[in-house]
Design a protein around this ligand. Structure first.
Ligand SMILES: NC(=O)c1ccc[n+]([C@@H]2O[C@H](COP(=O)([O-])OP(=O)(O)OC[C@H]3O[C@@H](n4cnc5c(N)ncnc54)[C@H](O)[C@@H]3O)[C@@H](O)[C@H]2O)c1
Length: 348
């Protein structure tokens, strides 16, 4: 059984480059979302605590089972702790044996970004060049680079209420091939943007974007509204937009659409798999406003774990660990693993 610690995740990305990692992940996401009916799915199990949320995200097809443990604690950065950390597991469905345990803090940022960029490919204007991001925290650079892997971005406008976050964001991306433009307000940031990403963190129902600030043709990728009572968009925006979600039963509780009450289901245009498999249209003209109401779904973790397992095996990366008894001569003699220990301790 493999263990992928953070240095191994870094090594995997170094082997194929971040851009190629994103492109391969997008291909895995398309494959898995297109096989939607072959997955046993459920909304994630979430435990809400005063400072945040603790979640378990399982999913399974006829080959692999995966789960992720992930949290969301918006006040963690006040004590220099990440808002979101995660680890996960991939198991073989035929035997039930775990195949790999992996750190998933980086992987969560990468799969969230790749899924968002993929949604933008179908929902934003094909010619999108100017992207605005509101919230320059831990997820932000991943979002930009995943979008840049799929779009030829020329301008990235950014805003955060924390000036230090804006400085770090600009420094991390200063060598990229697009212009970085700091904004003084959210309204200034989104002016003329083709794609708007909201990636703020606050356990409240905020209006990071107002309907009256938008212009025809913009695509919004809302990733920060992802728990009950934690949203970012003026609900008026949703009333006039083409909305795409990942998995409706989960998004109804956690996404922006929780603010639409009984109209939520009828106002959703499609689940992501319907767009990716061509059953429903993505963007249909240059004037509609589109929204990807992202909360993060277990299938995205499944795809990235599957990709990392493939790459780790291909490049012989990761540590083999002894978590499951692998070499029993007689599989019914589990007690044999403890017999000597027990007898020795009883003797002494
Ligand atoms: N949809 C998904 O799949 C998914 C996955 C991971 C994280 N998330 C969510 O994305 C959000 C961002 O995560 P993160 O790890 O980057 O968090 P973070 O705490 O590192 O960053 C959040 C940033 O938002 C800024 N911010 C807060 N309020 C703001 C406002 N009103 N205007 C502008 N900036 C503001 C903060 O200063 C901070 O820099 C969180 O809400 C998290 O729960 C969603």
């Amino acid at each position: 059984m493999l263990l992928l610690e953070i240095p191994v995740v870094q090594e995997i990305v170094a082997k194929i480059t971040l851009k190629n990692f994103y492109l391969r992940l997008c291909a895995y996401l398309i494959e898995d979302f297109s096989n939607w009916d072959n997955f046993q799915k459920s909304a994630r199990h979430a435990v809400y605590v005063p400072n945040g949320v603790l979640e378990l995200m399982p999913i399974c097809n006829d080959e692999f089972y995966s789960f992720k443990y992930v949290n969301g604690h918006p006040n963690n950065p006040l004590t220099n702790k990440l808002n979101v950390v995660a680890f996960g597991m991939l198991a073989d469905v035929v035997t039930g044996y775990p195949l790999m345990i992996s750190s998933m803090t980086l992987l969560t940022a990468m799969r969230t970004a790749a899924t968002a960029a993929l949604a933008s490919r179908y929902l934003a204007k094909k010619t999108s060049k100017r992207l605005a991001i509101i919230g320059c925290g831990a997820q932000s650079e991943f979002q930009i680079l995943a979008h840049h892997a799929l779009f030829d971005l020329t301008d990235v406008v950014y805003f955060d209420i924390d000036p230090a976050a804006m400085l770090r964001f600009a420094d991390n991306l200063k060598n990229e091939a697009f212009s970085l433009i700091p904004a003084d307000t959210i309204q200034a940031a989104i002016l003329d943007a083709d794609i708007i990403i909201t990636a703020t963190a606050c356990k409240e129902k905020l209006h990071i974007l107002e309907q009256s600030w938008l212009t025809p043709g913009q695509h919004i990728c809302g990733i920060g509204g992802d728990a009950p009572g934690k949203t970012e968009l003026d609900p008026e925006i949703l009333q006039h937009a083409k909305i795409v979600v990942e998995y409706l039963p989960q998004t109804l509780k956690e996404g922006e659409i929780q603010n639409l009450g009984k109209d939520a289901t009828s106002l959703v245009h499609a689940e992501m798999w319907e767009i990716l498999s061509g059953l429903k249209a993505g963007r249909e003209n240059d004037t509609e406003i589109t929204v990807f109401d992202s909360v993060g779904f277990a299938l995205e973790d499944f795809s990235i774990l599957r990709l990392c397992y493939q790459l780790a095996t291909e490049h012989r990366l990761g540590k083999t660990i002894d978590l499951i008894p692998q070499s029993l001569v007689d599989c019914k003699n589990l007690y044999g693993l403890l017999r000597n220990t027990h007898e020795n301790t009883t003797k002494s």
